[in-house]
Write a protein that binds this ligand. Structure first.
Ligand code: NAP
Ligand code: MN
Length: 268
């Protein structure tokens, strides 16, 4: 049986050109590229930026196969390979010269309210909970079984180590080495006044604890929950539970890859 590989690309001209080149080179080395998305393929190549990877994951319900990213002119934090690395990648892949890096994902269960039973969202970077229609979010936050605070502000970001360099970082959150398994909860514009008190810094949760959010709705009954930047509005949800999932996203890493080198290259 021929070994099949999926290629997902983000629709730009450059990505389409790289896809065509990958198809040709992989074919020459006896590897066949699936037409469309073959759920039994052994590898997924994602061409584009980080956004292309995040959208591919959402579209295909977080496939279990290893993924390799080819960056076509974006920030490309996950996307290790440049367009010049294609031959190196194919030879290394065939020779088994790579390692697998796993990233825990984060889930959010939206419970109660309109829209039926519990709905689950998943993300690689982060879950964001905000007020709907630009209203203030009033969120009663529990860690494990302990009540922590009544948060008032724009919302909160619950990020994985993988997502620590994305939205979380823009909010002043810490960059987390992905070898540490935790969730980071970072406030978006928390109010601190004699009327409201919220933590102004981020909070780190160990992998086994989940976050329970019980919203109050003094103005609008709408909350926006976003997974990797893709938001859905929920009306009257009574609880949102967020935790680190056992399900992982697996990326292939090649010889020169180093997380901290990437941080320095892309963020400084
Ligand atoms: P986008 O509009 O293209 O912008 C998001 C930027 O963040 C892009 O430059 C993207 O890289 C980069 N990025 C994504 N994941 C990253 C990671 N793990 N580490 C470092 N940078 C990362 O949106 P998108 O490409 O669909 O990405 C969705 C993500 O945008 C969300 O998960 C959230 O983290 C982020 N976001 C950030 C802010 C903010 O910083 N204020 C606000 C909303 C959303 P590429 O250029 O390679 O795509
Ligand atoms: Mn993007």
């Amino acid at each position: 049986m021929k070994r099949a590989i999926n290629i997902a690309e983000n629709g730009t001209r450059e990505s389409a050109r790289i896809e065509a080149r990958l198809r040709k080179r992989l074919g020459e080395r006896g590897l066949c590229v699936a037409d469309g998305f073959d759920p039994a393929a052994e590898l997924i190549i994602c061409v584009g930026g980080d956004g292309a990877l995040l959208r591919m994951l959402a579209e295909h319900s977080f496939p279990k196969q290893p993924i390799v990213g080819v960056n076509t002119g974006h920030l490309g934090f996950f996307q290790e390979l440049g367009t010049k690395d294609i031959d190196m990648f194919i030879e290394s892949y065939i020779a088994g010269k790579y390692r697998k890096q796993t990233y825990r994902t984060v889930y959010a269960d939206i419970i109660g309210g309109e829209g039926g039973p519990t709905r689950r969202m998943r993300a690689l970077n982060e879950i964001v909970v905000r007020g709907g229609g630009s209203h203030l979010a009033h969120l009663n936050i529990y860690i494990g079984d302990s009540f922590i605070e009544q948060f008032c502000g724009d919302g909160i970001v619950i990020s994985t180590p993988a997502g620590s360099t994305a939205y979380n970082y823009s909010l002043g959150g810490s960059i987390v080495d992905p070898r540490i398994e935790l969730l980071q909860v970072t406030p978006i514009a928390p109010i601190n006044s004699t009327a409201y008190r919220s933590f102004t810094s981020g909070v780190l949760l160990p992998q086994k604890l989940s976050l329970a959010i019980f919203p109050d709705y003094p103005q609008s009954r709408v909350l926006l929950v976003a997974a990797d930047g893709d938001g859905t509005e929920f009306i009257g949800a009574t609880e949102i539970r967020v935790g680190l999932s056992k399900d992982v996203v697996t990326l292939l890493r090649f010889k020169d890859y180093d997380f901290w080198k990437t941080v320095k290259q892309k963020l400084l």
